[in-house]
Write a protein that binds this ligand. Structure first.
Ligand SMILES: Nc1ncnc2c1ncn2[C@@H]1O[C@H](COP(=O)(O)OP(=O)(O)OP(=O)(O)O)[C@@H](O)[C@H]1O
Ligand SMILES: [Mg+2]
Length: 453
């Protein structure tokens, strides 16, 4: 019995689902972080620019020099200065904000306004440098503590949300894998139970809400159940065959025993009685032997592949009819055979099928009544029919004549075990052909063996 120690598929599915959800969540959060930081810095820059505009308006005629020097204040604008283009121009003593070549170029008008991050007295600041009338540059700076704090807080918050998201993703993955694999688990359990008990009567029961879904799993379940139906049917048929066979063997065996016991006291019998008993014994032995042989043939399933060949049906029918004429001298067999019809099959088996039909026809029709064998090609199929003029098959017997051991009430007076047609149908099926029985018009029975063309 196969047992899976660890439901590896479930683990994998849970992992993949969780990872996918977690990745998406973390991606979204990272993007949110970037956007928030960008937006906060942009707002801050805008404020700086506005302040620079106000200062430029208020200090129309000021020359180079410091305007506000309280750079450590958190309030803005606390820090601003005007820088000339020439490094050696007067009024530059005590400038508080760093001046670079870029600042000079802005003052000279060769470079546009720009933002930069600077550090002043150990404080992170953002500085805006913009040209001012009269060949100067205006620098406005403010501490970025608030922005940094905002960004940090946003980061912390998003990290917390991300952590929760990953946990949620893991839980989700687990739930998804569990629910989506539940039918598979059930399937496995059923298969294991069948393997353990060897009882194919088990079925997978899907709860109604799952059965309504038409997905791969429900399809697999249906297929599995269908397979179990077939298996159960096959097992039941096998059991029936054995039960039927042993039942059918009991009667002839009892008769055999009676005759054997009779012959054991042979000295007390007259020669005529002895003759009769041993004659009956021989007949019964032949019957039992025939029955056992038939059973063995029936139990065989496939046609032996190496014996398959192209069979001329007309020739085969001729041979079988000739043989039947020998067996049943009182019956008139007539043939009407379309020439040159070949099928692929095992000739001996097909002959067996046909002789079973011919034997029945002769056995069940009155002496002298004709039995007609026809081989005709119709569009799409080849039909071989055996028709007799006997009593025919009554409507209530018709569905059962191909069953093993089935014999109509009238037939029980005649020799036979009811295996002939069962075997015939089995041979037909093994050859991909269809064997059916019908009531012929104007009385009699007609058996039709139909090969697809
Ligand atoms: N040509 C026929 N006319 C009337 N009834 C038939 C005919 N062929 C078959 N049947 C009915 O179908 C039953 C089953 O036929 P089948 O050939 O399987 O068994 P059987 O001939 O009785 O025994 P067996 O063939 O094993 O010696 C027969 O017992 C009979 O009732
Ligand atoms: Mg028969």
């Amino acid at each position: 019995m196969i047992r899976f120690g660890r439901p590896a598929l479930r683990g994998r599915l849970a992992l993949v689902t969780s990872a996918a959800v977690a990745l998406v969540a973390l991606g979204v959060l990272a993007a949110a972080y970037v956007v928030i930081r960008y937006e906060l810095v942009r707002q801050f820059d805008l404020q700086l620019k506005q302040q620079a505009g106000l200062i430029a308006q208020q200090n129309r005629d000021d020359g180079p020099g410091v305007l506000f020097a309280e750079c450590n204040w958190l309030a803005a604008p606390a820090c601003a200065q005007i820088v000339p283009a020439a490094p050696d121009a007067p009024g530059q003593r005590g400038l508080v904000l760093p001046v670079t070549g870029a600042t000079r170029r802005v003052a000279a008008g060769t470079l546009g306004e720009f933002y930069s991050n600077i550090s002043h007295d150990g404080h992170a600041m953002r500085m805006f440098t913009t040209p001012l009338r009269g060949g100067n540059a205006l620098q406005v700076a403010a501490r970025t503590d608030t922005v940094d704090k905002g960004v940090r807080q946003a980061g912390l918050l998003l990290t917390a949300v991300g952590g929760a998201g990953v946990l949620l993703a893991a839980a989700l993955g687990y739930v998804v894998s569990r629910t989506s694999l539940r039918p598979v688990t059930r399937l496995t359990a059923t298969a294991e139970r069948i393997a353990a008990t060897r009882d194919p009567a088990h079925r997978i029961e899907l709860p109604p809400y799952e059965a309504r879904r038409q997905d791969e799993i429900t399809r697999l379940t249906t297929t599995f159940n269908t397979m179990l139906d077939e298996l159960e049917e096959a097992v039941a048929a096998q059991r029936r065959l054995v039960a039927d066979a042993s039942h059918e063997l009991r009667t002839p065996l009892t008769a055999l025993r009676t005759n054997v016991e009779l012959l054991a006291r042979a000295e007390r019998l007259t020669p005529a009685q002895r003759e009769r008993a041993s004659g009956a014994l021989g007949r019964q032995l032949r019957e039992v032997t025939g029955l056992v042989n038939d059973l063995i043939e029936l139990a065989r399933d496939e046609e032996p592949q190496q014996l398959v060949e192209e069979v001329r049906l007309d020739g085969l029918a001729e041979r079988c009819v000739a043989q039947a004429r020998g067996h049943w001298p009182d019956t008139v067999f007539t043939t009407d055979l379309d020439g040159d019809v070949t099928v692929t099959g095992v000739p001996a088996r097909l002959a067996r099928l046909l002789s079973n039909l011919l034997d029945n026809a002769a056995k069940f029709s009155p002496a002298g009544a004709p039995v007609e064998v026809r081989l005709a090609r119709t569009d799409g199929s080849v039909d071989l029919t055996v028709r007799d003029h006997g009593p025919g098959i009554s409507a209530e017997d018709l569905p059962y004549v191909f069953d093993r051991f089935y014999r109509s009430r009238e037939a029980r007076a005649l020799p036979g075990s009811g295996l002939g047609l069962a075997m015939a149908r089995q041979i037909a099926r093994a050859h991909g052909a269809e064997l059916t029985a019908e009531r012929a018009e104007a009385g009699g029975a007609r058996f039709r063996l139909r090969f697809p063309a």
